[in-house]
Design a protein around this ligand. Structure first.
Ligand code: SF4
Length: 169
């Protein structure tokens, strides 16, 4: 059987921001060893609440909140900002799909307490197809001999790879 590279929720999250970053992470390239952990830590704390004891692990995924409403299981992911909501939606959809493959049907919600916003995320056939496409594309990107060229986006300013991508500017 052909080896299938594992794809994580974090890969999905980055894929919708910057495919080049997916390649760099998959190839474990750390352009600035000293800076990287701090940068990633800072970035995560800017976008995601620190995981607390309420989190629940199901297999390889970790869920912030879980509750039942009218017999329906609802999993929640808490974010500090809705700036990267496409990434957050697809990551949550990935969790919903992973649960579904384990026979657990759930709905999802993204919670942005600072903005007093809540977004509902539901598993759909269409969403599953988009996810499958993303997973296949992540594997394709990871197999590329060189990374995709850098594209300037607003995320670059807080990216751990900014020196690597833009050092000569
Ligand atoms: S600096 Fe910008 S182009 Fe480079 S990996 Fe980060 S987000 Fe992507």
């Amino acid at each position: 059987m052909e080896y299938e590279m594992p794809v994580t929720g974090t890969d999905i999250w980055y894929y919708y921001i910057c495919p080049r970053e997916v390649w760099l992470m998959k190839h474990q390239i750390a352009p600035d060893q000293e800076d990287e952990a701090i940068e990633i830590g800072r970035f995560l704390s800017e976008t995601t609440y620190q995981r607390d004891k309420k989190e629940i692990s199901i297999g390889s995924i970790v869920i912030d909140r879980i509750r039942q409403e009218d017999g329906q299981l609802i999993i929640g992911e808490v974010k500090k900002s809705s700036s990267y909501s496409k990434s957050a939606r697809m990551q949550l959809l990935y969790y919903l799909d992973t649960l579904r493959q384990a026979g657990i049907k759930a709905k999802g919600e993204l919670l942005f307490p600072k903005e007093r916003k809540k977004e509902h995320v539901e598993w759909t056939e269409e969403g599953r197809r988009e996810l499958e496409h993303a997973i296949a594309d992540i594997r394709r990107i990871a197999r590329m001999p060189v990374p995709p060229p850098p594209k300037r986006i607003s995320f670059c300013g807080k990216c751990a790879y900014r020196e690597y991508c833009w050092a000569e500017e």
